[in-house]
Design a binder for this molecule. Structure first.
Ligand SMILES: *Cc1c(COP(=O)(O)O)cnc(C)c1O
Length: 456
């Protein structure tokens, strides 16, 4: 048995194009519904998005081109950490006593520690190219804010980050990291915007949410000439940029001598690491005659794919964003303060939602005590200490591996280890001290919130 543990492709083998799944959705019988204007309810055009995004990103958002070239200055920054390693989890397989072969793509080697710079870098680049001097954004766990702060610093763009208050308090060093890269960081809800002041007036102790922080960042961008808005997940162009991940996984598996995986597992917050990892494989499911199962794992505290409804809803709490047809828990749903801050979002990418609705991907949800159990078993065998978000994918891969132990099948399981947990040690401390809480599935809260989803 080969003991090869990792494949790191050469820089010359890094993908030169992003893969756009919109080109292949029609062949799968999947149709994306257009985003609607929040005021009129009519489909929006590129000009409606122009106050928020540079035109190159708007065009990528609606593009049907299968491959879009990665600009050389973006490739040049990618090469700081890309290609990322694909590892075989030999020791974890042995600990789980499974005949499965488990691989993981490790995105934690990026400067900010997750997959997020894969889109932060091109977003900062295209904004700079179109003369934008300042970007406003939100961040949950701090991963996105860190990635955008780094990317803005690279291209000489100012960066303002609205950080969900619960994470701001749980992870003070994320703020220091963002400030090191030159960004300004405030806890959200903040006093800096109308949306923030309104929420603070009603609930002074609000722990915040991604929905609220998005409202603040969108308002900031919409009310300033020099500023545009930048989103780290959910949108088509963000998932597009993340497809460098899945393309590298295909090459990496080939270098390992694997034919094709049986199961792919990723965690889903807004769907970007999952989409970027899985879409190049789904392309082959749709038109290449291959058939890998694709499984999304989400937290029980924010179960948009497994318990939300597939309908038009706002991306933010203050109802300022376009309406997107997606799996949603309702735009004013505030998820319980679980440690996987990046997964505490009420909505889901339109592409991932439509694929799930069409039965092309599966989804499960899980409580946080279980995912930390899986993360510790992984860390004790493979060494890497995962962020709470990919711990969901680790848990999902573990279920697949244990099913193989039952059935005796040696399936190839691949998951996306989309970030390290070096800023999440307070969560590990709680887990190791047996003080970690699970949260009741908030049936009532979700139902109340879903009642406020706009009926069109
Ligand atoms: C932001 C983040 C997520 C959640 O966002 P997606 O768009 O669903 O990928 C997951 N994992 C990590 C490490 C993150 O930083």
């Amino acid at each position: 048995m080969s003991r090869q543990k990792k494949v790191i492709l050469n820089e010359s083998e890094m993908p030169t194009h992003w893969y756009n799944i919109n080109a292949d959705l029609p062949a799968a019988g999947v149709e994306l519904s257009p985003p609607l204007h929040p005021g009129t309810g009519q489909p929006i055009g590129p000009e409606d998005l122009a106050p928020l995004f540079p035109m190159s990103l708007i065009l990528q958002e609606v593009s049907a081109e299968r491959y879009i070239e990665i600009p050389e200055p973006v490739q040049d920054v990618y090469r700081i950490w890309r290609p990322t390693p694909l590892n075989r989890a030999h020791e974890w397989e042995r600990a789980l006593d499974t005949p499965a072969r488990i691989y993981y793509k490790y995105e934690g080697v990026s400067p900010s520690g997750s997959h997020k710079p894969n889109t932060a870098v091109p977003q900062a680049f295209y904004n700079k190219e179109e003369g934008v001097s300042r970007l406003a954004t939100e961040t949950g766990a701090g991963q996105w804010g860190s990635a955008l702060s780094f990317a803005c610093q690279v291209f000489g763009v100012e960066c303002k980050v609205y950080m969900v208050r619960v994470s701001y308090e749980q992870k003070p060093y994320r703020k220091v990291m963002m400030e090191t890269w030159g960004a300004e960081v405030v806890p959200s809800p903040s006093e800096d915007t109308n949306a923030g002041r309104q929420i603070l007036a009603e609930s002074p102790d609000s722990t915040g949410s991604l929905g609220i922080a998005i409202s603040e960042a969108v308002e900031d961008a919409a009310t300033r000439e020099d500023t545009k808005y930048s989103l780290g997940s959910v949108l088509n162009h963000v998932l597009l940029h993340q497809t460098v991940v899945g393309q590298e996984v295909i090459s990496g598996l080939e270098a390992f001598g694997e034919d094709w995986p049986d199961v792919l597992v990723g965690c889903t917050g807004g769907g970007s690491n999952f989409g970027g990892f899985a879409f190049p494989f789904l392309k082959e499911n749709i038109s290449g005659g291959r058939n890998a199962r694709v499984v999304a794992v989400e937290p029980a505290a924010a179960p948009s794919l497994t318990r939300g409804v597939f309908t038009y809803d706002f991306g933010d709490t203050a109802q300022m964003t376009p309406l997107i047809k997606m799996h949603t828990l309702g735009h004013d749903f505030v998820p319980a303060p679980i440690h996987a801050g990046g997964l505490r979002y009420h909505g889901m990418s339109a592409q991932v939602s439509a694929l799930h609705d069409a039965g092309l991907i599966e989804a499960v949800n899980v409580q946080q005590r279980a995912i930390f159990g899986a993360a510790v078993s992984f860390a004790r065998t493979e060494g890497i200490l995962p962020a709470p978000e990919p711990a969901h994918a680790i848990w999902g891969a573990m279920q697949e591996a244990l099913a193989c132990k039952e059935s005796g099948e040696s399936k190839v399981i691949v998951f996306n280890m989309c970030g390290h947990g070096h800023f999440d040690l307070a969560a590990y401390e709680q887990h190791l001290g047996d003080n970690l809480e699970d949260f009741e599935y908030p049936e009532e809260a979700i139902r109340a919130s879903l009642e406020k989803v706009p009926s069109l």
